[in-house]
Design a protein around this ligand. Sequence first.
Ligand code: AMP
Ligand code: MG
Length: 341
Amino acid sequence: METRLLLPTKENIELTAQALANGQLAAIPTETVYGLAANALDGDAVRKIFEAKGRPMDNPLIVHVSDLASVKNMELVSEIPPKAVKLAEKFWPGPLTIIMPKGKAIPNEVSAGLETVAIRFPSHPVTRALISAAGVPLAAPSANTSGSPSPTSAAHVMHDMSGKIPYIIDGGICEVGVESTVVTTVSDTPMLLRPGGITLEQLREAVGEVDVSEAVLFKLKEGQKAESPGMKYKHYAPKANLILIKSDDEKYIEYVNSRKNDNVGALCYDEDEENLSVKTFPFGKKNDFENQANRLFDALRSIDETNLTTVYGRCPETYGTGMAVYNRLIRAAGFEVIELA
Ligand code: AMP
Ligand code: MG
């Protein structure tokens, strides 16, 4: 299959929206990461997403809408819980996905057989224009091969999806850079299932108490259930063995430099670069978590363009947007952390 890379002109948005409405796939930019979209109301179209990504069928997809009204009108959910209303009013359009009881219109392929469905109203103007023009909600997971870092540029999508899908819309670099925050409102107390651009602190400010799923920060034990199916899979890992180093700046630099050889690299903060004597992959400024989120996946992908065997990474903070960065990095490192006293 030939993959066409299109700029988001009016004509191209119309062309792609038609293709989506007719059951084809398209990779589309959003403010979080690039999504691989299909008509969310068409089970056969949605199935193609799982094939193109190699995604396990038990990992449900997020349904994207371009207005709040269609969530109820189109029977995407059976009910909008009061806390979901509050969260939607506060954070939509934006990088927040809300889990609600599933409505009649949602095919099993989207919800992976669960009784709930994940809904998001994105803020990116191109995403919104595409959903409106298609006239249907779009199911869209990240547009990467399952297990790889999520794509934050059209080039990343091309790398993973070339020959597998008909269209990629190039909307430049994604602003947030990590996938949406996922929160469920099906439980009495809302629970954070995946951290993202909307922080835990912001959620708590909006609706009071919010629990945090254990899988956000810790490795699940054998047989332990993941509240969000996606959290049980190995994810984002580069080919090289990535090990996180929890320490201050000086000890990190000393540790990495003492292990210098041709096969060793460093996934570091910008400020570390000048002091490191191995190949560096800077993923952001030390105290700027938004900048780290924005650049992390590109840095992880660039490790894969080398033949390094071991990469030592900085261990990010776990508050604010840092929690989203930590959640991705700890998975990329297979939960391997060395703490230097
Ligand atoms: P992605 O599409 O790559 O952004 O991944 C979507 C994430 O949302 C995955 O971690 C899914 O497991 C999670 N998700 C989607 N639908 C549900 C749901 N109904 N309940 C819990 N988690 C969900
Ligand atoms: Mg994904």
